[in-house]
Design a protein around this ligand. Structure first.
Ligand SMILES: Cc1ncc(COP(=O)(O)O)c(C=O)c1O
Length: 394
């Protein structure tokens, strides 16, 4: 324990204080569990913020990484690595899009998309994003953010970006026209409080896109790669995106992201228009291949859909039992949110004391992001502990 106290003090001295750290020091992970240096075991229903789809210590990912690092760890993008092709082929097949560009992160894929949109539509057309949206921390993606608290010290941000109310059909109709280049949307907002786009809203977007010809850019950084019980969250709707952004789980825990385009936009970028030293790193692609094999090809995504329905129905029973504490239960698959009447920081601490790691977003929304390999037993365990906490809390 002394060691872990030291490390927290040292962290304050040596690292910029941008993160509010969780006060446990992790020694290792195995499956859906994390273990602290003082020997405590935690059920991790946060999964590295939707990164660790296959949990910790996945043997296939480890083997793929080991095999690749013996061949080469890095290869300049002046050369082509067959792993990039293999991974791109699977992602393209399951997304229904046409081509992709590899990045190292979600925010970089968003930046790539902004450049592509500006190149195609020119500098003056407006870009629409939504309240509570989150697309990353670099300047372009921050400009798209719907959260004032992330933006307030950093102006000037990119011009010609307009924020509309999420799920507000009228607001959308009034503000979209021939001068609109793109709409950016997360079909399930993550940071924004696990808010799901309504079918009417998405149908409206579809209708006005047919009319005005803007690009629909779908951010699947958090809700993609099987998390919602479909390969991509937009597949819950009757709509085909123009651009799709993925990251997080796609690299199996290593830094990887991608911008996908449909046929209309797949030759906007020409040689030299965009690039990245590390984007599509072969070790990350090797790890990512194991993830997409398991989630898409071996259909883990179907199990997520079934168990996600079960998990949500169990949470809804708790909602019925504690109507004075829970406002709403929402989400899809293994991306679930429980909105509470009060702030959920205290609740997260109680979960941790009882051996479960879970997150609080948007002040009062408990965000539950289990590894996709979680079983019904893990879900039941979570529900029992949640019930215990709610019943103790007078
Ligand atoms: C929806 C969404 N878009 C973009 C990002 C940014 O991704 P990254 O942190 O990999 O830059 C995130 C990160 O949480 C996200 O949730």
């Amino acid at each position: 324990m002394e060691n872990s106290i030291n490390i927290f003090e040292r962290e304050e001295e040596i690292l910029l204080q941008t993160y509010k750290r969780i006060p446990i020091q992790i020694s290792h992970g195995e499956g859906v569990y994390l273990y602290s240096v003082d020997g405590k075991k935690y059920l991790d229903f946060f999964s590295g913020l939707a990164v660790n789809a296959l949990g910790y210590g996945n043997k296939k990912i480890i083997q793929a990484i080991e095999e690749q690092i013996k061949k080469y760890i890095h290869l300049s993008n002046y050369y082509i690595s067959s792993l990039q092709i293999e991974l791109a082929e699977i992602i393209v097949k399951y997304s229904g899009l046409s081509k992709l560009f590899f990045t190292n992160s979600g925010t970089e894929a968003v930046e790539a998309s902004l450049k592509l949109i500006r190149k195609y539509f020119g500098p003056d057309k407006k870009i629409i994003t939504f309240s509570n949206a989150f697309h990353g921390r670099t300047y372009g993606s921050l400009s798209l953010s719907g959260k004032e608290k992330y933006k307030k010290y950093f102006s000037p941000l990119l011009p010609n970006i307009i924020q509309l109310e999420f799920n507000d059909l009228e607001h959308l109709e009034k503000n979209v026209d021939t001068n609109t280049a793109a709409i950016y949307i997360e079909f399930v907002q993550g940071e924004g409080g696990v808010k799901v786009a309504s079918h009417q809203f998405v149908n409206k977007i579809k209708g006005i896109r047919d009319k005005f010809g803007f690009a629909l850019v779908v951010d699947e950084v958090q809700c993609g790669i099987g998390r919602t019980g479909r390969p991509f969250a937009y597949q819950h709707y009757n709509i085909e995106p123009d651009l799709v952004i993925v990251a997080k789980a796609v690299g199996g825990g290593l830094p990887l992201g991608a911008l996908l385009t449909n046929k209309k936009y797949d030759n906007v970028f020409q040689q030299g228009d965009h690039g990245s030293t590390f984007g599509g790193n072969p070790v990350a692609c090797a790890a990512g291949l194991e993830v997409v094999h398991e989630v898409f090809v071996n259909e883990l995504v179907q199990i997520v859909a079934d168990l996600g329905n079960y998990f949500k129905s169990e949470l809804s029973l708790l909602h019925k039992k504690y109507p004075d504490k829970i406002v709403d239960v929402r989400g899809l698959g293994f991306m679930l949110g429980v909105e509470l009447f009060n702030s959920c920081d205290g609740l997260v601490n109680k979960f941790r004391e009882k051996g479960i790691l879970v997150n609080c977003t948007n002040e009062n929304v408990l965000r539950i992001l289990p590894p996709l390999i979680s079983t019904i037993e893990h879900i039941d365990y979570f529900i029992n502990i949640f019930n215990e906490i709610l019943s103790e809390d007078k």
